[in-house]
Design a protein around this ligand. Structure first.
Ligand SMILES: Cc1ncc(COP(=O)(O)O)c(C=O)c1O
Length: 402
């Protein structure tokens, strides 16, 4: 008996696949600082936690496939804060996390063998969603030396073929922190119109922009409404990753109508968590603003700590809560394993995500890691100390191996 070649072609997530080493380290009494995953240590709004405790029904029943109408209406209202007008509940499908929204978008827009253009490095799990949908990712590379700025837009246009169905952006970007400017968005939208393709923008980090940088939602471009899909999520904004609530937003009626078939097949998004998500929307604006300030502080802190480590190169992200760092090693995955399996400082170590899996192009990112600055500054300090000491020890050990 054999299993499918499709599943064999999947990559194990570079964010999670080293977890067995971390579990083993913890069993040996080692504290592991997780910079590998975007799991914030920030508290979920009290409104959401209270809603879970006071869930009003006796049965946790199936809900509507397109999601709870109160939540869809609440989201439409929420988007107004970002200058998004003329969106209503009928343009919104609640999904099981932004993850499902990404998968559904690809399944709805593309036939097997179709292509989607994505700037790399990109959110690595999109690789698996593309495989599920039998879609080919066509990368456009951005580089650390240029702060991961978008390459000239002509590079994107050159990659459009008769198989291209969409361009997929993430703004603010995971892992680079790039925020697409209004003029970049407008140029890309024009390009999409000219080539009659869709633009999907993953905006799950929209609240987290730094240095006074402004976020522009793709949903504000009403002129292009029929070719735009926005992917959204409650996971990061309200620090409720385990709730698994996200959304697809599009004014294109047939996109919503057709995607609903996928939604019906999986019956409904989680009921209790939608109730909690509704409550999260009523959290005061100061909640999100204070979380944004905290991440900005953490970004500044981790960058200054990383600058102190010889041989480490780092970009300065404008948004989200990740960065890509180049390490003075040949193979970042080997180093990440070393940190978990062979190294600790006073019974502490750090888990990092090798960045190679965030690239589609072969051999890029081998000496890079993605770091999530989701821990408080004291923990980030400890984590960076471990990283510094680990790099020194790794260099010494590898030299003596040769
Ligand atoms: C860019 C981006 N999109 C989507 C997701 C999926 O988030 P969730 O499924 O928890 O909503 C993530 C999670 O880290 C992400 O970083």
């Amino acid at each position: 008996m054999d299993i499918s070649s499709r599943i064999k072609g999947f990559q194990a997530s570079p964010i999670r696949r080293l977890s067995p080493y971390a579990i083993d380290a913890k069993k040996r009494g080692i504290k592991v600082y997780h910079l590998n995953i975007g799991q914030p240590d920030i508290k979920t709004p009290k409104e959401a936690i209270d809603a879970i405790h006071s869930y009003p029904a006796d049965i946790i029943a199936y809900g509507e496939s397109d999601g709870d109408i109160r939540l869809r209406e609440g989201l439409a209202e929420y988007y107004k804060k970002f200058g998004v007008k003329n969106i209503s509940a009928k343009d919104i499908l609640i999904t099981t996390g932004g993850s499902e929204a990404l998968l559904f978008s690809l399944m709805t827009l593309c036939d097997p063998g179709d292509e989607v253009i994505i700037p790399e490095p990109y959110y690595t799990n999109v690789h698996s969603f593309a495989r599920m949908a039998n879609v080919n990712i066509v990368p456009v590379t951005s580089i650390l030396e240029k702060g991961f700025a978008l390459p000239p837009l002509s590079f994107i246009e050159e990659r459009i073929t008769s198989n291209t169905r969409a361009i997929l952006l993430c703004s603010p970007n995971n892992p680079t922190g790039h925020i697409y400017s209004p003029s970049e968005l407008e140029t890309i939208l024009k390009m999409c119109k000219e080539h009659d393709i869709f633009l999907v923008v993953d905006e799950v980090y929209r609240e987290f922009c730094y240095d006074g940088k402004k976020f522009t939602s793709v949903l504000t471009y009403e002129e292009y409404a029929d070719r735009v899909i926005c992917v959204d999520s409650f996971s990061k904004r309200f620090s409720m990753c385990g709730a698994r609530i996200g959304a697809i937003v599009s004014r294109n009626r047939s996109v919503i109508k057709e995607t609903l078939k996928l939604s019906q097949a999986r019956l409904c998004p989680p009921s209790v968590e939608q109730y909690a998500a509704c409550a999260a929307l009523s959290a005061p604006d100061t909640y999100v603003e204070s979380v944004r300030e905290e991440y900005e502080k953490r970004r500044n802190f981790i960058i200054s700590e990383l600058h102190k480590i010889p041989g480490v190169k780092v970009s300065r992200p404008n948004g989200a809560f990740y960065l890509v760092a180049e390490l003075p090693v040949e193979n970042a995955e080997d180093f990440a394993i070393f940190m978990l399996r062979d190294f600790n400082v006073d019974n502490k170590t750090v888990m990092i995500a090798p960045a190679e899996g965030f690239y589609e192009s072969k051999d890029l990112g081998r000496n890079q890691v993605r770091l999530a600055y989701v821990l408080n500054c004291d923990d980030l300090k400890e984590a960076c100390n471990c990283l510094k000491a680990g790099l020194e020890e790794y260099k010494r050990v590898r030299k003596s191996d040769i």
